[in-house]
Ligand binder design. Structure first.
Ligand code: PEP
Length: 246
């Protein structure tokens, strides 16, 4: 059976109370009823991390993820959260290079490389996001663009560190829009990435209950990074059910 990852990206949603409720529902159902085959990663806002960790406890197939990490080790960087701090509350994974952070917070490939280095140094596995805009796809430069994102932020890593990363292909035009890339679009990009990298490679971009199984059945897709459909317990549980026995 294939090992795959289903990662939930809550983004900037959920109060502490709402987050605890959603996390406990997911965790209980994963361990008691659904018995998901996936490694489930809950990428919660910083304020939830300690509470979600406590709810996860020692469960084997559920992991804690953060959505961002500082590119600085420590010090006078008001408002930032370091990799060491994330590790100290039990974070296993961190999303790095999400297109929303690249766009709204001007995160460059160089800065993302620094974040990747610090995450790995502190024992946290990066979920590194890459993906093109609609204009780049229409110009036919998307594969080169994605390869440059990977080259500039990941290719300096040693082989051993490289093995710790998970990559998520997330076409920007498919994120939060309800528009999913076609199976052929996903296949083409995943095959191109896998030519050079044999890493777990997730797809993200409007993955939902109805399409998750078909997407995860594509040979070079090793799971999904899910935004909107992970915010509702019913949808996320169905997603886990729909990806059993792949
Ligand atoms: C995301 O933000 O990583 C994402 C894939 O969002 P959505 O599922 O809402 O498109």
């Amino acid at each position: 059976m294939r090992q795959y990852i289903i990662a939930a990206n809550w983004k900037m949603n959920k109060t502490l109370e709402e987050g605890q409720k959603l996390a406990s529902e997911i965790i209980n159902i994963v361990s008691d009823e659904v018995k998901s085959d996936a490694q489930v990663v809950i990428c919660a806002p910083f304020i939830h991390l300690t509470a979600v960790k406590a709810l996860i406890g020692s469960k084997k197939n559920i992991f804690l993820g953060a959505q961002n990490v500082s590119n600085k080790e420590s010090g006078a960087y008001t408002g930032e959260v370091s990799a060491a701090q994330l590790k100290s509350v039990g974070v296993d994974f961190v999303i790095i290079g999400h297109s929303e952070r690249r766009e709204y917070f001007n995160e460059s490939n160089e800065m993302l490389a620094e974040k990747v280095d610090l995450a790995i140094k502190h024992g946290i596995r990066p979920i590194f996001c890459c993906g093109e805009s609609l204009a780049q796809r229409e110009q036919g430069v998307h594969i080169d663009f994605i390869k440059s994102q990977l080259t500039e932020s990941l290719f300096h890593l040693s082989e051993q560190d490289f093995l710790k990363t998970v990559i998520a292909y997330e076409p920007i035009w498919a994120i939060g829009t309800g528009v999913t890339a076609t199976i052929e679009d996903i296949e083409n990009v995943h095959n191109a990435i896998k030519e050079r990298i044999s890493k777990p490679l997730l797809y993200g971009g409007s993955v939902k209950v109805e399409n998750v199984r078909e997407i995860c059945q594509i040979p070079n897709v090793d799971g999904a990074l899910i935004g909107t459909a992970s915010w509702k317990k019913e949808d996320f549980i169905k997603i886990l059910e729909n990806t059993k026995d792949l």
